[in-house]
Ligand binder design. Structure first.
Ligand code: HEC
Ligand code: HEC
Length: 234
């Protein structure tokens, strides 16, 4: 009798804990409990060229996730993750041998996504790249020239052409879904100062002390072109 009562009480308590757990736990706790913290840092890495630190990273640093992604994208992607880049984060090997990214849907996924969206780069300029109106024809033509002719950005990035054809290499993250994934202002911030976000970057630097010095105006055109990927005028 006592055992039955105890079992019933336990069942009620367990049910309560189960309901209360993922639903009310903060996203930061779910982030740790679900093992995300084992592969993703959420604080900026030390500035400078820390190659060993970079090689020890199993997944991208998410300290600026709330500035990088468009609202809602993280939760949608986490519920059903698809590959973003074709090479492993911790080496130059193809990522085809990797197991798929862990999925996290439902309440837990939404809590983690809300937590990650709260991590922003407060120094990033916002309201700069305006995508509310259709891309001006001149921007679209110049963007295409800068992205595909002057530099071969598509050599490393999957890209959508103006005819909607998917082309491009895989050593960088796909830009074909940038209209859903990347915050236009962050694209510009990244192009203007790559090392702020990825101190040990695998992408050539196109602004500053290099052979190719794209100025602010050209970077704005590129950011707009990428933010509206696939919508370029014929
Ligand atoms: C075993 C290591 C590992 C674990 C565990 C892991 N991730 Fe990832 N994560 C990665 C890698 C590697 C990528 C890059 C995937 C790609 O390029 O296709 C990634 C990509 C991401 C991205 C997109 C990053 C970008 O720059 O586009 C987000 C957001 C993310 N992970 C969140 C999470 C969350 C939340 C969890 C916990 C539920 C988690 N990850 C668990 C390794 C991991
Ligand atoms: C040699 C390969 C390579 C070339 C060429 C290249 N990129 Fe990248 N790009 C990368 C890699 C790798 C990353 C991931 C971050 C890092 O390592 O810096 C990246 C990241 C990016 C991102 C951020 C995307 C994200 O999801 O993190 C943008 C935007 C971008 N590149 C635009 C460009 C543009 C514009 C050009 C041409 C002017 C270009 N890239 C040329 C390899 C390349």
């Amino acid at each position: 009798m006592l055992d039955a009562t105890r079992a019933a009480l336990c069942a009620i308590a367990c049910m309560f804990l189960w309901l209360a757990g993922p639903a009310f736990a903060g996203g930061a706790e779910v982030f740790r409990a679900a093992g995300c913290a084992g592969c993703h840092q959420v604080t900026p890495p030390p500035a400078g060229f820390d190659l060993d630190g970079r090689l020890a990273e199993k997944g991208p640093n998410l300290w600026y996730a709330g500035s990088k992604y468009r609202p809602g994208w993280i939760a949608r992607w986490l519920a059903n993750p698809s590959p973003i880049s074709g090479i492993r984060h911790d080496s130059h090997l193809p990522s085809t041998d990797l197991s798929p990214h862990p999925a996290l849907g439902g309440e837990g996924g939404r809590a983690v996504a809300a937590y990650l969206e709260s991590l922003t780069d407060s120094a990033m300029a916002t309201g700069v790249v305006d995508t509310a109106s259709p891309m001006p024809r001149m921007t679209s033509i110049q963007g295409r020239m800068l992205f595909g002719k002057e530099q071969q950005c598509f050599a490393c990035h999957k890209t959508l052409t103006r005819y909607g054809v998917l082309v491009g290499g895989e050593s960088g993250p796909t830009l074909a879904n940038a209209t859903e994934r990347l915050n236009p202002d962050w694209i510009l911030a990244f192009l203007m100062d790559q090392r702020r976000y990825v101190p040990v970057t695998r992408m050539p630097i196109y602004q500053g002390d290099t052979f190719t010095d794209y100025g602010d105006g050209q970077m704005r055109i590129l950011a707009r072109y990428i933010a509206d990927m696939g919508k370029a005028a014929p």
